[in-house]
Design a protein around this ligand. Sequence first.
Ligand code: PLP
Length: 447
Amino acid sequence: MASSHVFGRDTRRSLPVIAGGDGCWLIDAEGKRYLDASGGAAVSCLGHSCRPVLDAAKAQLDAIAYAHTGFFTSEPAEALADALIARAPEPLNRVYFVSGGSEAVEAAIKLARQYFLEIGQPERTEIISRWQSYHGNTLGALATGGNRWRRAQFEPLLADAMHHISPCHYWRWGEANESAEQYGQRVAEELEARILQIGPERVAAFFAEPVVGATMGAVPPAPGYFQRIREICDRYGVLLILDEVMCGSGRTGTFFAFEQDDIVPDMVCIAKGLGAGIQPIGAMICSSVIYGAIAAGSGFFQHGHTYMGHPTGCATALAVLGEIDRRNLLGNVREMGERLDAGLRRRFSDVPFIGDIRGRGLFRGLELVADPDTKAPFDPALGVAARIKAAGMARGLACYPMGGTIDGRTGDHVLLAPPYIVSADEVDIIVDRLGEAIVSVLSETDA
Ligand code: PLP
């Protein structure tokens, strides 16, 4: 679109124009249909024509679209908070509504800081997170995140209070003769070492994605990793904050991803699937202990946004939760997730350049390697991930490939996150079309 005035993501690219949606399918202005195998960036979890949710959003628009949370609460916000807390294990029991993932992470960072001020530990200013995680693009969330490529040009603006330890990705970094469990314990110990190095009395929080999404490609933790992380946080009074913006809201087959790791965080951030792309909404959920400290102290969380607790966003998300329950979609996420995993393994069994297939539920990743023996990545100059995305789109498949899997610069993966309503036939189409797209790119790649 040469005459466009939209400041798009990439000034060098022109994109098809979206015109409609039909279940798991996206339809462009020319009438071409694309099977949505990633829900954008793991957002559109109910597809693109979910009537009950669209109707709920419209009904809220007719009742009252918006009222500022400094003046009013709203029925949808109250009901959505109740519904989320009904799903959350204790002691999680208060919900702070925002408009997206980065805002949820910013709220968690600031609440962690304020909590320690309220309880008389003002020296706790430092935050630890992991390399190769992504927590958002606003400056606080970006500083917390560990994607070197996304951080690089803004480095002078990123807070020194943020520290990073290794990610947990056994297939890539586990040593020979080391079990997944042993590896998980080893990298978890890095948290304790870093806390001791900084000074335990200075550390406020540890941030992590339970299943690492956009920057590593659906990497679940090693068994026992998060239990050890929880113990370390408890020992030093450090808050454990989980970022489930991408992997939460049912994506992995349980409403919260952390349920599968047998831990409960002090705060959890969700967004994306919560509003299913029908309205922008995110949430930070915190424990009664943290909320209680604010309530018993200043009584005022020094934060806020104009659109927080937006009634139309909350009504939409409430209807999303209703659809997930009514249609037992978490069951479908688990069942179709297994089918997708099995299909990918079958399809790529004789493609040595697919080094790893992993994930949980309908959150799956494939990592590409130029050399299957050494796991060496393709030369980033080949742009393998971008070419797979284009080859997929040409075949009517929207998936989410990304480069920089290993260190922000090298490595390529493909992330799959189809809607929770995906059918068995559609899963098979994803596998077929992705197979064709990857094989076509590899066949023209002189690696
Ligand atoms: N956290 C995680 C784990 C994410 O994957 C993302 C977005 O991809 C964010 C935070 C930021 O969310 P948003 O883009 O809605 O601000």
